[in-house]
Design a protein around this ligand. Sequence first.
Ligand SMILES: CC(C)(COP(=O)(O)OP(=O)(O)OC[C@H]1O[C@@H](n2cnc3c(N)ncnc32)[C@H](O)[C@@H]1OP(=O)(O)O)[C@@H](O)C(=O)NCCC(=O)NCCS
Length: 206
Amino acid sequence: MTEGHPEAACRVTGGHDGPGETPQGALEVGVSFRRLTDDDLPTMHRWLNEPGVVRWWEGNDVSWDGVVGDYGSASTDPEEHWIASVDGRDLGWIQCGAPVNWPDESVAWAGLGVDLASTAGIDYLIGDAADRGRGLGSTMIRAFVDRVVFGLHPEWNHAGADPLAANTASWRALEKAGWPALLTPSTAPAGSWSWTAADHHPLSRR
Ligand SMILES: CC(C)(COP(=O)(O)OP(=O)(O)OC[C@H]1O[C@@H](n2cnc3c(N)ncnc32)[C@H](O)[C@@H]1OP(=O)(O)O)[C@@H](O)C(=O)NCCC(=O)NCCS
């Protein structure tokens, strides 16, 4: 997180997608986004230690010190960390950043023909287990790409994500957000990461 970033105080809200724009399965709910601050770290620590998140965060240090180091204001992490809220309560975390910060993803996406200079990588979680599987993840992803990735970053025309092949909920949430898969769990090399991107997608700014 870049403390003092010009968008650090930015709160991005928006109404519902217009009629006909909401992909099948996405919810008609209003999601708002604000930049993560140190006040959010206890919530992040709780979310990152929830078993349904831990299983996909393997290899990451989710101790209190680890969370402060990765998400706190002293972090030199160049990515933008955001908190998504719905109905006035915090729902989850979502980030965006240049793929160059993720070398493995950069190489794979470049091999798939993705233009890295105009593409943002995103990652996300819904914090509480009770909020998952209700359409909120796909709604959050779609709104974030529309309003934050494309809305605040003219340099980005596409967005990509890299769920593990086994993470069906994440793949499915991307599909419901309207994402076409460049690779799917069935076409990705066995045991490797799998990739999707918003290329050739209605969300992509032409
Ligand atoms: C990934 C995540 C953000 C998706 O959010 P969500 O609110 O659960 O997603 P949605 O409800 O919009 O969509 C999930 C879809 O996957 C489906 N799904 C979930 N688990 C599934 C499984 N094991 N097998 C098949 N489908 C599954 C759901 O049924 C739903 O599809 P449907 O509406 O057609 O039935 C959320 O599940 C989460 O935070 N998971 C833990 C952290 C994580 O994995 N982050 C992503 C890292 S890449």
